[in-house]
Design a protein around this ligand. Sequence first.
Ligand SMILES: Cc1ncc(C[n+]2csc(CCOP(=O)(O)OP(=O)(O)O)c2C)c(N)n1
Length: 323
Amino acid sequence: MKSSASTREMRRLYRTMVTIRGFETLAGELFAAGKIPGFIHLSIGQEASSVGVCSVLRPDDYIVTTHRGHGHVIAKGGNLKKMIAELVGRKTGYCKGKGGSMHIADFSLGILGANGVVGGGFPIAIGAGLSIKLRRTNQVVVCFFGDGASNRGTFHEAMNMASIWKLPILFVCENNCYASTTPTTYACSAADIAARAAGYNIPGVTVDGNDLLAVHEAAGQAVERARRGEGPTLLENKTYRRRGHFEGDPQKYRTQAEVAEWEKKDPLLRFASILKKKKLLTGEMEKEIRKQVDDELTEAVAFAEQSEWPAPEEALEDMFVNP
Ligand SMILES: Cc1ncc(C[n+]2csc(CCOP(=O)(O)OP(=O)(O)O)c2C)c(N)n1
């Protein structure tokens, strides 16, 4: 990323991370104020993974995401107004207010959906990968999942199928140190989940998931490989979930000192300091970016709160599709 165009690109990536952080913080506040029904799972601390991976994608590429998917959707271009409206259950939301945080999809942006079933995204990614191969469109699919999901059968089936069929899939494990209350060090048999790729004869790469440029670089290589028809890659982004598993989680399974330790490795602060050293970002620009993002989010909340609720008689609409 050396040209002046890429200078703009770097600032854009930083802005996207700020947007995700702002969105997630706001979602936490809306939840605490009782405005969001159901559960929400925030990705604060994991922004470099979402943004680094999506930064190497084309608009027509696909992503499949998880219960912790807001950041992925925003990084792929998701509409903030429709996202907030969905979270607060309004008709103008992505699923007409009936799906909530864990079911956001936008086919026009290649976002094939979030998934409340841990490991539920793998078969969808395989289907999308096979479809690309049959249609010969040179697209790729990114399948985001957590360390917990890497212990489900669907992970292993998907890795094997993607390998034998050489599907254009980038499997992205966001190893955020916990699956709900279970530490990864307890539940995963190897120190690096990426090492499992060897069993399926595909590359496995582990990177510091809080380092935006490291993620961007590794994802870029994997996506190029997929576009060349050489098949899938397993990328493990080592990161940390700073909030509870869900909002309201009492978090008895970890110490505040551990969370504080990871706060020092904040992906936003880290990227901002790189940009400042390269003289691509000043304190003024940073303030301006934060203000623009705050304004956008305030507008999104106003849009959502002024929107209608879905009518009870619409509850069963959109449940089935006529092929
Ligand atoms: C099949 C299935 N089993 C259990 C659950 C309950 N559950 C929801 S999220 C979660 C932990 C997932 O951990 P991980 O895959 O590491 O993702 P993270 O929450 O860390 O992002 C569990 C056990 C579920 N939703 N689906």
